[in-house]
Design a binder for this molecule. Structure first.
Ligand SMILES: *Cc1c(COP(=O)(O)O)cnc(C)c1O
Length: 426
């Protein structure tokens, strides 16, 4: 008899965890400690030399965080994962591992506004140069390839419009560039989209959003798919060259299909330091237990609201990939068959002023800059998250002046509709 592979909801509750070996505690405890006692001097030396795995200091590893890492790796189908203090910290750790000064990476223009800023400004200071492309024009990714291309970055379901990316087409281009495909799977979560099944080499999350799900903790996570060969042509020296501080070992050679995750931890977390707090790991783990239930309710509510808005006289358009006839509906059916997510945009006939009026008039929706909370959230990107972009960049990122973005929560949909109705009619 072959052993049954556990399903998604079972993994979401159990993967990586077992009753605490010392106390029997059924829930993974919060190991709120900075450091760990060595068994003896040899043990200490072998931990520092990467000859054995174990805890040294919470900047590198922590038992609560380790459960979170194993659980997300299991849900995404990766070989290993590394948690970080935030989604942006996770992105920073990824690029620090891949890029040398003067290198380039190709990124979709349809991204979280914070990622656009990180790539345009902070990363430029390290000499890591973004080349923008458009997921609506797959050939633009191909045109952007150069010998310096070290990575390709897209969101699976993309901010702020909830557009769906053709991951397999982008993965084929990343392979041509001999570069890993990094997929930010924050808006979809692995319940809706499994990027590794479609060619992603690295998956990144802002765990602050749907994974944690309750808007109470920042966190980020990097998942190593174990699919990329880092040794070819010495393009990724952090992974392929001998590490003097670790007895000259080559990470790719020693750690094989989880070498990238090791590099992110033992070079990135070690030297850059954006470790997640064990308390936040605990909160995010608790959130992940209900991921499947929440995501389904988020999607069902989002679809109901999108349908209602599409019929409203004050609304000029609704972009929700879950609606038949939407530009991204076919891609959504392929990549996110259980639902097109809970974040989408719509346009108000009254433009900028109508957007401001709506976000000021809602009572149940919260006007704030976040997504992926149990609570329903609303924002007018042009006056907030995307206000630092030029009008042209705003439009390219799907954040024109008339655009309103919703992150639909798990409340009763009738109450959400009633709230939007009163705010649109005042
Ligand atoms: C929020 C977000 C991020 C950044 O994550 P933080 O946890 O806020 O640092 C990155 N990508 C997407 C898609 C996000 O929504």
């Amino acid at each position: 008899m072959t052993e049954r592979l556990p399903g998604f909801s079972t993994l979401a509750v159990h993967a990586g965890a077992q009753p605490d070996p010392t106390t029997g505690a059924r829930i993974t405890p919060i190991y709120q400690t900075a450091s760990y006692v060595f068994n003896d001097a040899d043990h200490a030396a072998s931990l520092f030399g990467l000859q054995s795995f174990g805890n040294i200091y919470t900047r590198l590893t922590n038992p609560t965080t380790a459960v979170l890492e194993e659980r997300v790796a299991a849900l995404e189908g990766g070989t290993a994962a590394v948690a970080a203090a935030s989604g942006h910290a996770a992105q920073f750790l990824i690029f620090h591992t891949l890029m040398q000064p003067g290198d380039e990476f190709i990124a979709s223009r349809r991204l979280y506004g914070g990622s656009i800023n990180q790539f345009n400004h902070a990363f430029k200071n390290f000499g890591w140069n973004v080349v923008w492309a458009d997921t609506d024009d797959i050939a633009s990714f191909e045109r952007a390839i150069s010998p310096k291309t070290k990575a390709v970055f897209v969101e699976s379901i993309a901010n702020p419009g909830g557009t769906v990316t053709d991951l397999e087409a982008i993965a084929a281009i990343a392979r041509k560039a001999n570069a890993p495909l990094i997929v930010d799977n924050t808006l979809a979560s692995p319940y809706l989209v499994k990027p590794i099944d479609h060619g992603a080499d690295i998956v990144v999350h802002s765990a602050t959003k749907f994974l944690g799900g309750h808007g109470n903790s920042l966190g980020g996570i990097v998942v190593d798919a174990g699919t990329f060969d880092w040794s070819r042509d010495n393009r990724y020296p952090m992974l392929s060259e001998p590490r003097p501080e670790y007895h000259g070992i080559k990470l790719q050679e020693t750690f094989g299909n989880f070498a990238f995750a090791i590099a992110v931890r033992v070079l990135g977390l070690r030297d850059l330091g954006p470790a997640i707090s064990p308390f936040n790991s605990f909160m995010i783990l608790t959130g992940i237990e209900t991921l499947a239930l929440r995501m389904q309710k988020h999607c069902d509510n989002a679809k109901a609201l999108a349908e209602w808005l599409a019929a409203h006289p004050a609304v000029s358009w609704v972009n929700y990939a879950g609606l038949p006839g939407d530009k991204y509906h076919v891609l959504a059916r392929k990549y996110a068959p259980k639902g097109a997510g809970a974040v989408f945009t719509f346009g108000l006939k009254g433009g900028y002023d109508a957007g401001i009026k709506l976000v000021s008039g809602v009572r149940l929706f919260s006007h704030l800059a976040n997504v992926g909370d149990t609570r329903s959230l609303i924002i007018h990107p042009a006056s907030t998250t995307h206000s630092q972009l030029t009008d042209e960049q705003k439009a390219a990122a799907g954040a024109g002046v008339d655009v309103v973005r919703l992150s639909v929560g798990i409340e009763d949909k009738e109450d959400l509709i009633a709230d939007l109705d009163q705010a649109l009619s005042t």
